[in-house]
Design a protein around this ligand. Structure first.
Ligand code: AMP
Length: 295
């Protein structure tokens, strides 16, 4: 395993692998402080691709003013040990000025999808995400790029970016890895005290409760959102920032959820001073099995 810090070196290594060795390349973009959620992406990349490249870069352009860019957990040594266990081929860990050299002036905006929920709560966030991914995709030129369902809106933004700008790669989205309590793994969980950590499990409980309500036949989006809010409000250490009930593919807002559409329920909440996000996707109910014999 080699750690690469320079964009040019990363590009030339990847070019050689592609051209001379005809290897398929999998890229797993991360901001480091790796946990089992990240590692589930790495495992799948290892299974699907000849060469696995994990980028570790805390991307300043996706953080807003007053957010946690400076104190975001960084542990390249620990990350390196974990990635070695997974037989990763390259870690791409550039310094900020390597990605954003003096005079950097080009940003990518995915319109529409970037403007609601996380995009509304964190203006400029998805512009930063789309920009760094464009730099990474152009540097590495992966065949596959791996993302977690944990960041549901991000997966939709990335798919649209790839489609609209004709990147020649496939986006692979993998399920959210959770603790026993249901809490989604996140690098930001490290900020939580033990008490807050226990309290944070309410977020998944609230989403699971909304799923129950849906299963019982509720299709009114506002009432599903209220089911989430009621649960989170019952936990004194948590404060719901938003909950969205939208189409899982288009992010279209519904009053009433159509039977045949998958629905995304996504939320952000503060637990103490820590901002956490989570979501679930409810797939449309299968057609009832036929009870009569086939004609
Ligand atoms: P981050 O380091 O937070 O930017 O995350 C890097 C990638 O890991 C993103 O595609 C995330 O969606 C994914 N990821 C983060 N947490 C989880 C999790 N609990 N389960 C699955 N994927 C995750």
């Amino acid at each position: 395993m080699e750690i690469i810090n320079r964009r040019q070196r990363m590009a030339s290594v990847a070019r050689k692998l592609r051209r001379e060795e005809d290897k398929t390349i999998g890229l797993v973009p991360t901001m480091g402080a790796l946990h089992d959620g990240h590692l589930s992406l790495v495992r799948e990349a290892r299974r699907m691709c000849d060469v696995v490249i994990v980028s570790v870069f805390v991307n300043p352009t996706q953080f807003g003013a007053g957010e946690d860019f400076e104190r975001y957990p960084r542990d390249l040594t620990g990350d390196t040990t974990k990635l070695a266990d997974y037989n990763v081929d390259y870690i791409f860990a550039p310094p900020v000025e390597e990605v954003y050299p003096k005079g950097f002036a080009t940003y990518i905006t995915v319109e529409g999808l970037s403007e609601t929920m996380e995009g509304a709560a964190r203006p400029g966030h998805f512009r930063g995400v789309a920009t760094i991914l464009t730099v990474l995709f152009n540097t590495v030129r992966p065949d596959f790029a791996f993302f977690g369902q944990k960041d549901a809106q991000q997966t939709l933004v990335v798919k649209r970016l790839v489609r609209d700008l004709a990147f020649d790669l496939e986006v692979v989205v993998l399920p959210t890895v959770r603790e026993q309590s249901g809490l989604a793994l996140s690098s930001r969980n490290a900020y939580l005290t033990d008490e807050q950590h226990r309290a944070a499990a309410v977020l998944y409980r609230a989403l699971a409760q909304a799923r129950e309500v849906y299963m019982e036949g509720e299709r009114n989006a506002r009432r599903l959102a209220e089911a989430v809010r009621a649960q989170v409000d019952a936990e004194p250490l948590a404060r719901l920032e938003y909950v969205g009930v939208v189409d899982a593919e288009s992010m279209e807002k519904y009053d009433r959820i159509p039977e045949e559409r998958p629905v995304l329920i996504a939320l952000a909440a503060q637990v103490g001073r820590t901002r956490l996000i989570d979501n679930i996707i409810i797939q449309p109910a299968r057609q009832k099995a036929r009870t009569t014999s086939e004609p």
